[in-house]
Design a protein around this ligand. Structure first.
Ligand code: MRU
Length: 348
């Protein structure tokens, strides 16, 4: 049954702090960290203790509400507003690619415009953060229900990175259909790529799906083509960190290669994502900022240096899949196909 895994929450508001599942310690250690300051929040997003586009948006929203609660000068409304903008920019700087981060913070700051006092501002910010977390659960369930219709009992489906329950409020995006189908007694076989360099597939997707009793097989990234051919993979489904107005999609590094493989093997390549990941201000994927992370993620495995000492390293955390490789984008509003620009505008 899926209940156990889909009820594991990666981010929870606890009244005066945030409780965060440390995703860097999974799968062998399940540990929750107490975040009591906005600096804690920035650090946990930056160091991937919380990761996945919707989850970092929710965590940042709680982070801004947490800072607001600590603001003591109740008669300094202007000072509060000024600092709010600074703290918003600070949190936005924690990771650049997933637009959910700035989207969630933008929602909090817009909601704040109704406030006339510091107290009102504090409670509006918290209410909005809680609403974003709750909505994300409903949105992910909806994505899962729409996406479930794309698969049939016994299908073997490949996924990349982790777009599961712990990357969102609940259910996930790309993994949501597997949970929904499991609830209905329909079993699929999932092949998860390990997702070098940070191993979200090996550590997180494998763990999540196993806990839910879903048939999952782990492969290394370079086994994808062979596995598609040998294991009759019928589709690939992934999440997204930012979708440009034309449908070009940024997601975990390696996604673009899988999309090209899907085309070569003539199987569908699906992107499952909430509307909050769509960024109509960005025309094409070329304008999406791509995070580059520490060379150590590539040179080291579990703290042990495996690469030739001193070798030059390139470590982009995401890539952009051009829209022509994407068979469909599944959002909470349904399945988009064809002219993505028109359809993305119509649902946003
Ligand atoms: O670097 P990460 O682990 O935050 O990257 C996550 C992804 O690329 C996910 O596929 C994406 O955020 C969607 S999560 C529902």
């Amino acid at each position: 049954m899926t209940t156990e895994t889909t009820t594991i929450r990666s981010v929870q508001w606890q009244g005066d702090h945030i409780l965060l599942l440390d995703q860097q310690k999974l799968p062998h250690i399940t540990e929750y960290i107490k975040l009591t300051s906005i600096e804690d929040v920035w650090d946990c997003i930056h160091t991937l203790k919380v990761r996945g586009a919707p989850a970092i948006g929710i965590t940042a929203a709680f982070g801004l509400a947490l800072w607001a609660q600590s603001f003591q000068q109740k008669d300094n409304f202007l000072g509060f507003f000024y600092e709010l903008e600074n703290k918003r920019s600070y949190l936005e700087s924690s990771r650049p690619t997933a637009v959910n981060l700035s989207w969630a913070l933008g929602r909090l700051v817009s909601g704040f415009s109704k406030a006339a006092t510091v107290e009102q501002g504090q409670s509006l910010l918290l209410d909005e953060a809680l609403a974003i977390a709750k909505e994300d659960e409903d949105v992910c369930r909806s994505i899962g229900e729409h996406a479930a219709g794309l698969f049939q009992e016994g299908d073997s489906v490949l996924t990349h990175c982790n777009a599961g329950g712990i990357a969102t409020s609940r259910y996930g995006t790309a993994l949501a259909p597997f949970y929904i189908l499991k609830e209905k007694g329909i079993d699929l076989k999932v092949f998860a790529t390990e997702t070098r360099p940070v191993l979200q597939g090996a550590r997180l997707t494998a763990w999540e799906l196993m806990q839910a009793g879903i048939d999952v097989t782990l492969i290394t990234d370079n086994m994808a083509a062979h596995t598609i051919a040998e294991k009759s993979i019928s589709a690939i489904i992934v999440g997204a960190d930012r979708i440009a107005a034309n449908g070009d999609t940024a997601n975990k590094i390696g996604t673009r290669g899988l999309a090209i493989l899907a085309k070569a093997f003539n199987i569908p390549f699906y992107v499952a994502s909430p509307r909050s990941t769509i960024d109509l201000a960005i025309e094409t994927g070329g304008d999406i900022p791509i995070e580059e992370r520490s060379p150590k993620e590539v040179s080291h495995l579990n703290g042990v240096e495996v690469a030739a000492k001193g070798v030059k390293i390139y470590n982009p955390a995401f890539d952009v899949t051009p829209n022509e490789y994407i068979t469909a984008i599944i959002t909470e509003k349904g399945i988009l196909k064809g002219n993505y620009r028109e359809q993305l505008i119509s649902i946003k």
